[in-house]
Design a protein around this ligand. Structure first.
Ligand SMILES: [Mn+2]
Length: 358
């Protein structure tokens, strides 16, 4: 059986999220089953436009997939992408999330806390949860492999001892439910494999970071040959450059940025380029860095100051304010147990509910 392992489509994040998810699903439907390891949607309350696009591409995918014997408990199901909700789709207790809604329509198969058996393969999984409760949640759910099957576990967490995620908060490989043949993990947006943990990464860039500059796509695992292969899809690529200049002029900075633009390969779709500019100016100047280009979608991250005392003071002030703000958010987010509900209420504009929670 050939299993396409995909993740983090983030439908609704931007236009690219739709095009690139469609590319991924089209290619993935050439294999026997499709797994999606969370964050199919970008928002826990996707717009009707987003749901419409999702339903269209999932209906098309379902038509393309071959017939297989699929069951959940005693119920027979049609072949459709097998999904868990990610951290982006989680709703507070009692209200259905978009994954549960689409499961009822038969366009996807939600496998959170239920066994999905596909011929000789058994798939289980858990919704993405905040890092600090993940290991307890896994323990409480007490997942066990299905006897006599090839067992796959779907999840959406940071696993901190899987190479590059070192030093981050998250669960460790010791916290994983024991005895599964394959673990498929979403949440991390670049693709990698660590032992029998497969992390396909996202199909769309959602953060302008270096870690998002790699190729995007999904993995295909062959349960007979035990081989895994990466399938690249066409996506809008991200490039990140950095410029460090001291005692310089605006025109010098502009020249360097133009060099970065020229260095970026000509691709279709037009790539994104983020340039981080760290510079101090010789003299006070208007820092107008308006650069016209058709080669890239340019984002500038400006950290430009002048060598005068007044500027130094205002810089320090700015920095203090930023640290204080970050601290405050951190304290509210971590210590406040209703943080999730509070942020959700604020996002929905339900101010009265938010005030009640405080
Ligand atoms: Mn994600």
């Amino acid at each position: 059986m050939k299993i396409a392992i995909t993740s983090d489509f983030h439908l609704g994040y931007n236009e690219d999220s739709f095009t690139q998810a469609r590319n991924a699903l089209k290619k993935a439907a050439e294999f026997d089953i499709i797994l999606i390891c969370g964050d199919l949607f970008d928002s826990r309350n996707p717009s009707q436009e987003t749901i419409y696009e999702a339903v269209k591409m999932l209906a098309e995918t379902k038509k393309r997939l071959k017939h297989l014997d699929i069951t959940q408990n005693e119920a027979k199901l049609d072949n459709a992408p097998i999904v868990i909700p990610g951290t982006h789709e989680r709703k507070s207790k009692g209200s259905p999330n978009i994954i549960q809604i689409l499961h009822e329509s038969g366009l996807i198969i939600n496998t959170h806390a239920v066994k999905t058996r596909v011929e000789n393969i058994s798939i289980q999984g858990m919704t993405g949860v905040p890092d600090d409760i993940a290991s307890e949640a896994l323990k409480a759910m007490n997942f066990n492999p299905d006897n006599g099957f090839f067992n796959i576990f779907l999840m959406h967490q940071v696993i901190k001892d899987t190479g590059e995620q070192n030093g981050f908060e998250g669960i460790s490989t010791r916290d994983l439910p024991k005895g599964f043949d394959l673990y498929c993990n979403g949440h991390v947006h670049h693709h990698s494999i660590y032992s029998n943990i497969i992390m396909p990464g996202s199909t769309v860039v959602t953060q302008m970071k270096k870690s998002e500059t790699g190729a995007k796509g999904f993995y295909v695992y062959d349960s007979e040959t035990k081989k895994t292969e990466f399938q690249e899809i066409t996506t809008r690529r991200l490039f990140v450059g950095e410029i460090n200049l001291e005692n310089t002029t605006v025109s010098e900075i502009k020249k360097k940025i133009e060099e970065e633009v020229e260095k970026t390969p000509a691709l279709i779709p037009i790539p994104m380029l983020r340039v981080v500019v760290n510079a101090t100016l010789k003299n006070k100047e208007e820092t107008d860095l308006n650069i016209k280009t058709q080669r890239v979608l340019l984002t500038l991250d400006k950290n430009i100051s002048t060598n005068t005392l007044k500027d130094k003071i205002s810089q320090l002030r700015n920095r203090d304010y930023k640290t204080a703000k970050a601290k405050a958010i951190e304290i509210v987010g971590r210590k406040f147990e209703k943080g999730d509900e509070l942020f959700e209420a604020l996002e929905e504009g339900e101010l009265e509910k938010a005030i009640r929670l405080l």
